[in-house]
Design a protein around this ligand. Structure first.
Ligand code: HEM
Length: 241
């Protein structure tokens, strides 16, 4: 057993705080979300998850990848349904990643070439995120975009984990699985570093959609929210003196 789960949580706490305080997320948390920036984020994530899930399936001969393989939480099919809803039948030709989205995809491929065990970092950042803060974001999205029932928030729907309790239990098993991965100390360090990079890539994708957020909410509201107080991070350990 290793302490990989704790090392990841503690080692990415600052990155998580930064991701929570991007303009995109700050507006989102205030309930201000518009269709255009939201569907563009889903389009980028469709390509990111497609790459991640393909790479994971291609590297199941790597014990670390195999040990964290949970096909029941794969996101690509749910995102495809969302994109059909937001872009229509021709969604596959309509969606286009931003430059930052392309860099994220390229890094997942490069990481798999360097050491497939680095895919663990990319899986952790996305799946644990979607199962954590993502659940609150789902409710905000449904309200802000006034969505019809069961459409448009597939990213945060887990058919195999329908209740908050099921999701909490799953996250515990996921952390146990992380701790049971056969990885060396050197690999642990590299995985934590890669997870911080994955957070940075997520942040860059959100930055790449800021103009769309601004266009939707108007710059005075945007400026007021972005320059408003930062959130204390949800996962960062804050030292009290
Ligand atoms: C405003 C946006 C966000 C909020 C409010 C939020 C909130 C949270 C909360 C409350 C937790 C703790 C859950 C728990 O311990 O059970 C958590 C965990 C996590 N979040 Fe976020 N989050 C946000 C954005 C993000 C983003 C953008 C990412 C990355 C793409 C992310 C990735 C993660 C990860 C990987 C964890 C698991 C930490 C661990 O326990 O190891 N979050 N988030």
């Amino acid at each position: 057993m290793t302490q990989l789960a704790t090392r990841l949580r503690e080692g990415t706490g600052k990155s998580h705080t930064i991701a929570e305080n991007t303009a995109y997320m700050k507006c989102f948390l205030k309930g201000i979300m518009a269709r255009e920036p939201f569907r563009k984020l889903m389009a980028n994530l469709y390509l990111v998850y497609g790459t991640l899930e393909d790479q994971i399936r291609q590297h199941l001969d790597c014990p670390a990848v195999k040990g964290l393989y949970f096909p029941e939480i794969e996101r690509q099919a749910n995102l495809a349904k969302d994109l059909e809803f937001y872009y229509g039948d021709q969604w596959q030709t309509e969606i286009e990643p931003t430059e930052a989205g392309q860099q994220y995809v390229a890094r997942i491929q490069a990481a798999a070439d360097i050491d497939p065990a680095l895919l663990v970092a990319h899986a952790y950042v996305r799946y644990m995120g979607d199962l954590s803060g993502g659940q609150a974001l789902k409710m905000i999205t449904r309200k802000a975009l006034n969505l019809p029932p069961d459409r448009g928030t597939g990213l945060h729907e887990f058919a195999s984990l329908p209740t908050p309790e099921a999701q909490r239990d799953f996250k515990m098993s996921y952390r146990d699985a992380l701790n049971a991965l056969p990885v060396t100390e050197e690999q642990i360090t590299a995985i934590v570093e890669e997870a911080n990079l994955a957070f940075a890539l997520n942040r860059d994708v959100m930055h790449s959609l800021e103009e769309d957020v601004k266009a939707a909410v108007g710059w005075p509201v945007f400026e007021a929210i972005v320059h408003g107080k930062d959130r204390q991070g949800s996962t960062e350990v804050v030292a009290h003196h």
